[in-house]
Design a binder for this molecule. Structure first.
Ligand code: NAD
Length: 285
């Protein structure tokens, strides 16, 4: 397959990341089909993409014709059998067994030519690919949040990923207006591995009573970070951030430096998942 052969892209999961990824694919001219098991998630994604496109117009970055063209490229479905596409990008919850079962199903629905990409933040691509025949077409395509704005994409090759597949995904990222960096398959890849202590140490300070959420965020911002760790966890999704830490804790043989925080676990248990649920470390209107 060549880059020019890619005409249709499927997005699995219409949450925080799936929404933004679908938007950039549609804006780049690809017929984009978004699938989620929750009808409500699909409706939220549709509304959020519309809001983002309107904002783009207000800022003079998009014309009405750009917006209409992007909207025309988007379809939403609750039926996974419809996802027969040239490339599928999976962005569901950060759980290996869920991702593996989706990849198995995708492999059944599509021909071996379809590239199966995962937006996982931390799960080794080799493990996801182990669940499917033709694992050479499984690759990591890790966008950053918000996906319609952030330019970086990590392209991750698992043990079986073919160099051609990694290369075409790098080219596709370029077509979506992103800068792709090739990385090896390691838990958390590069950015999430380096960034992990930003969250875990902030949570330890909170647990030890050294400082409160607002103080830690203000100080980190004043020291040059664009967002403090707690507002960033709320943006990412407290549940997603917690799952990523948990997955890395397991992958690194329970090394103490990756130990997930009880405070974070409690928030997740209470359904306080950050901006997407209206409540996290902060409250949102
Ligand atoms: P999210 O919780 O916001 O959304 C996940 C969506 O997946 C939900 O809409 C849910 O209904 C749907 N879903 C769950 N099981 C499904 C299934 N079997 N089939 C179809 N849809 C299903 O999660 P998110 O934050 O968008 O994260 C998705 C993936 O992207 C994760 O692997 C995460 O690690 C990764 N990621 C997240 C961020 C971030 O900042 N949130 C950044 C980069 C990568």
């Amino acid at each position: 397959m060549q880059l020019e052969d890619i005409k249709t892209i499927g997005i699995i999961g219409a949450g925080t990341m799936g929404q933004g990824i679908a938007q950039v694919c549609a804006q780049a001219g690809y017929k984009t089909m978004v699938f989620d098991v929750e009808a409500q998630a699909l409706e939220k994604a549709r509304q959020r993409i519309l809001q983002n496109l309107d904002k783009g117009m207000e800022r003079g970055k998009l014309t009405n014709a750009d917006k209409e063209a992007a909207l025309k490229n988007l379809t939403y479905t609750g039926d996974m059998l419809q996802l027969r596409c040239d490339v599928v990008i999976e962005a569901v919850v950060e759980r290996l067994e869920v991702k593996q079962s989706i990849f198995q199903e995708l492999a059944n629905i599509n021909t071996p030519a379809t590239i199966l990409a995962s937006n996982t933040s931390s799960i080794p691509i080799t493990q996801i690919a182990a669940a499917v025949p033709n694992p050479e077409r499984v690759v990591g395509m890790h966008f950053f949040n918000p996906a319609h704005i952030m330019k970086l994409v990590e392209v991750i090759s698992g043990a079986a990923t073919s160099p051609e597949v990694a290369h075409i995904i790098k080219e596709l990222a370029g077509k979506l207006g992103k800068t792709a960096v090739m990385t090896k398959d390691s838990p958390g890849f590069i950015v999430n591995r380096v960034a992990r202590p930003y969250y875990t140490e902030a949570l330890k300070l909170l647990e030890e009573g050294v400082a409160d959420v607002e103080t830690i965020d203000k100080l980190m911002q004043a020291s040059g970070f664009r967002m403090g760790p707690f507002e960033l966890m709320d943006l990412i999704g407290v549940d997603t951030n917690y799952s990523v830490t948990t997955s890395m804790f397991e992958a690194f043989q329970y090394e103490a430096r990756f130990r997930p925080s009880h405070i974070q676990q409690q928030l997740v248990n209470a359904g306080h998942c950050g901006r997407k649920s209206g409540q996290g470390f902060y409250t949102y209107a």
